[in-house]
Design a protein around this ligand. Structure first.
Ligand code: NAD
Length: 243
């Protein structure tokens, strides 16, 4: 008998799947049998990731309604429907005093981190309701939304908004704490070196940052039937940082 795949027959969109956590999530979902569409702003990195992971890629800007509508059409046309949406694409400005944050910085974090989640539900919920499919939304938030970080005020606030809205929307989210992906130097506000990471890691009881695999494993569980009675939770994948 073929081994049981935890996401077999599921169709998933992973935003920001060209790199970092999103790529790890896409890889895990493919491994577990899902049909995956990577949705990313970067045509080059997105196509390369999709070719390597053997999944689909659609160039999309998650802050644009038309791009969400196109993603839904692609899922339906290519795979006959949609089951899981992982809202992973996210942005931050570099760590800096709040009084120096610009309107551009503010709009960036609010649009990419928050508006995208609203748009995804606004465009996709009517589809799930009409088709009577139990759609699953997973938001990649951040421990910064639970325990705010100094000098990242509006990034923290954007992730707190996502966590709060997800409780009401009855979906799930993971909060992660990472040290080995591309945004780390922005969180640190200085180069991502071993020395500079020490302070960052000193507050993690398990002594390390999360990896894309840590986050992907949590997402796989939340997207699977094993989690069918779980909703509105904030699952911290953070080595105990928020304890
Ligand atoms: N890196 C960390 O330390 C960390 C910690 C906690 C939470 N997070 C969250 O995890 C998520 C992924 O972070 P990462 O570190 O893997 O980032 P990353 O920069 O490696 O990847 C983000 C991806 O999102 C894409 N993207 C950016 N704007 C987009 C848009 N408008 N439309 C579509 N795609 C877009 C980028 O092209 C990129 O491929 C983010 O939501 C981030 O806030 C990251």
């Amino acid at each position: 008998m073929a081994p049981h795949l935890r996401l077999q027959f599921k169709v998933a969109i992973v935003t920001g799947g060209a790199s970092g956590f999103g790529r790890g999530i896409a890889a895990k979902f493919v491994e577990e049998g899902a049909q995956v569409i990577i949705a990313d702003l970067s045509e080059e990195a997105g196509s390369a990731a999709a070719a390597e992971l053997k999944c689909d890629f659609v160039r999309a800007d998650v802050t644009r309604r038309a791009d969400w509508e196109a993603l839904l059409r692609t899922a339906v046309d290519r795979f006959g429907g949609l089951d899981v949406v992982v809202n992973n694409a996210g942005m931050t400005y570099a760590n800096k005093p709040t009084e120096t944050v610009t309107e551009h910085d503010f709009d960036l974090v609010m649009n990419v981190n928050v508006k995208s989640v609203w748009l995804s539900t606004d465009v996709l919920l009517p589809y799930f309701l009409e088709k009577k499919r139990p759609g699953c939304f997973i938001q990649i938030a951040s421990t910064a939304g639970v325990r705010p970080r100094p000098n990242l005020t509006w990034y923290n606030a954007s992730k707190a908004a996502v966590i709060n809205a997800t409780k009401v929307r009855r979906a799930m989210q993971t909060s992660c704490y990472a040290t080995n992906v591309t945004m780390t130097h922005l969180f640190l506000g200085k180069p991502d070196t071993e020395e500079n990471r020490k302070g960052f890691l000193s507050v993690v009881p398990l002594g390390r940052g999360s990896t894309p695999a840590d986050v992907a494993n949590a997402c796989c569980y939340l997207a699977s039937e094993e989690a069918s009675f779980i909703t509105g939770v904030n699952l911290e994948v953070d080595g105990g940082r928020c304890v």
